[in-house]
Design a protein around this ligand. Structure first.
Ligand code: NAD
Length: 495
């Protein structure tokens, strides 16, 4: 791992992609427009990137369709697609420093997290789906004599992947890897805050042997290329990760256009339930990571800490003592655990929530303020509110920043009722040494993932997604392939 100074030097000399990537090459937006991508740690412009509009989206979708129809990828033997995807995974690892640095500069996350977690996670995801794809069989229906009916999985065609900025490389990989493995063509739209790593990934995909047009990247904002993809008549499926409000728009776009399939991974307000028989020291450490990792900009962030009232006092005392070491610092310093928030606007939104928490009567225990690092940047100190009640805004709405709300419960039933009392259903954590209680409570939590005696558990081997207004798609695991393929029945009448 590079030193602080080495990362700073590398940042100065980094070659930055700044055009869209369509049909295997970098191109300017048709209209010639550009937008600035800004480093939130310094407030300085990193580079200006092509601002695509519906014309660019149309060119990208046409290219993706042409590649799909040609069969160059869609009808390639799965074992050969596997070889190419494994080569791409290798290239992601080889260029890990560059990719990690692009994400850190774009959206402010600590370089050590980007390099040690996001890059290996993305490479592993691409490799896993590549390796899986030549081990999946179709079915033969039990028709009896006189017919042979097969049920096979076929790619959908052109997939639009629209992703957020909190894990730019990972989110791209979670969508791309199963979509490409299944034989589709993809048009990826990264968030306007974090376009760089997606563009570099597309270039690496070409180097790995992904044919031209099979993987395209259009850059720009949501109402521009995002909406154009949602409304496009020749996109077969949108896989979206982002906020619930934009997720709803994608369902409208599909209804207004060609009834494309829409898979949504949206927001969350995940509860972390700590019972009095939990291993408190462990639970305190994980309550901190669960809420403040990635500056709290995590869809599954355990932002509601539900403590059994008998342990509340000692828990909060330990939590505040340990939180001291997790303060915002320069993302390029490998020792930094907490970086900058994605941009000035989002920082303002988080501060508004903090003010609302105070106005509505919650007790601010620490943080609550914007801080500067090296005299600049969009940083907020880890913020903890006590005396939070279920009706308060900070207990109900997704803040997507470093803000923890503490609530208390008396018994299991109350804990479950409070945990489920939200429009979201992405994840929950349960802390107890009683295995019966652990499983009993987990069964009654209306969420996609329950982590027992840990937080935010996920793996490429297990499905990831939510219930209620957290969406209904599932990323990761073999189940993700269901999103990117159709079941085809072929019935042969035998003579
Ligand atoms: P966002 O919804 O603002 O943007 C997500 C993507 O949608 C971006 O690419 C954006 O450009 C695009 N977009 C925005 N407005 C659009 C519009 N009108 N039409 C079409 N496209 C549009 O979300 P964000 O701020 O980038 O990310 C934060 C959100 O993402 C949080 O709500 C978080 O919970 C969620 N998220 C969910 C998961 C999950 O797996 N469930 C993972 C990470 C983040």
């Amino acid at each position: 791992m590079k030193t602080y100074q080495q990362w700073q030097e590398m940042a100065l000399n980094l070659t930055l992609p700044n055009q869209a990537y369509i049909d295997g090459r970098f191109v300017d937006a048709v209209g010639g427009a550009q937008f600035d991508t800004v480093n939130p740690a310094t407030g300085k412009v990193i580079t200006s990137v092509a601002a695509c509009d519906e014309r660019d989206v149309d060119i990208a979708v046409t290219s993706a369709r042409k590649a799909y129809d040609s069969g160059v990828w869609s009808r390639m033997a799965p074992a050969d697609r596997k070889t190419v995807l494994c080569r791409l995974a290798d290239l992601v690892s080889e260029h890990g420093e560059e990719l990690a640095l692009m994400d850190s500069l774009d959206m402010g996350k600590p370089i050590s997290d980007a390099f040690n977690l996001d890059v290996p996670g993305s490479a592993a995801c691409i490799r896993w789906f590549g390796e899986a794809i030549d081990k999946i069989y179709g079915e033969v229906a039990p028709t009896g004599g006189g017919a042979l009916a097969t049920v096979t999985r076929e790619p959908l065609g052109v997939i639009a992947a629209v992703v957020p900025w909190n894990y730019p490389l990972d989110m791209a990989a979670w969508k791309l890897a199963p979509a490409l493995a299944a034989g589709n063509s993809v048009v990826l739209k990264p968030a306007e805050q974090s376009p760089l790593s997606a563009l570099r990934l597309a270039q690496l995909a070409t180097e790995a042997g992904i044919p031209d047009g099979v993987f395209n990247v259009v850059t720009g904002d949501g109402p521009g290329p995002g909406q154009a993809l949602g409304l496009h008549m020749d996109v077969d499926c949108v896989t979206f990760t982002g906020s619930t409000s934009v997720g709803k728009r994608f369902m409208s776009y599909a209804a207004e256009s060609n009834l494309k399939q829409v898979w949504l991974e949206c927001g969350g307000k995940s509860p972390n339930l700590v019972f009095e028989d939990a291993d408190l020291d462990l639970a305190v450490d994980f309550a901190i990571t669960g809420c403040f990792f990635n500056q709290g900009e995590v869809c599954t962030a355990n932002s509601r800490l539900l403590l059994q009232s008998s342990i509340k006092e000692q828990f909060v005392e330990k939590l505040l003592a340990r939180l001291g070491s997790r303060q915002p610092a320069d993302p390029l310093d490998p020792d930094t655990q907490m970086g900058a928030l994605v941009d000035a606007q989002h920082t303002e939104n988080v501060l508004t929530y903090i003010r609302k928490g105070q106005e509505e009567g919650a007790q601010l225990l620490c943080g609550g303020e914007k801080v500067e690092v090296n005299g600049a940047g969009s940083y907020i100190a880890p913020t903890v509110f006590d005396q939070v009640t279920e009706d308060m805004t900070i207990a109900r709405e997704e803040i997507f920043g470093p803000v923890l709300s503490i609530l208390t419960f008396e018994n299991e039933d109350e804990a479950i009722r409070m945990a489920n009392g939200t429009i979201y259903g992405l994840a929950a954590s349960v802390w107890t040494e009683n295995v019966n209680r652990a499983y009993r409570v987990s069964q009654r939590l209306n969420v996609g993932t329950v982590s027992i005696n840990t937080v935010d558990a996920f793996s490429v081997m297990t499905p990831f997604g939510g219930t209620k207004q957290s969406g209904f798609g599932r990323d990761l695991s073999l189940h993700a392939l269901d999103k990117f393929s159709n079941l085809k029945t072929t019935w042969l009448a035998l003579r």
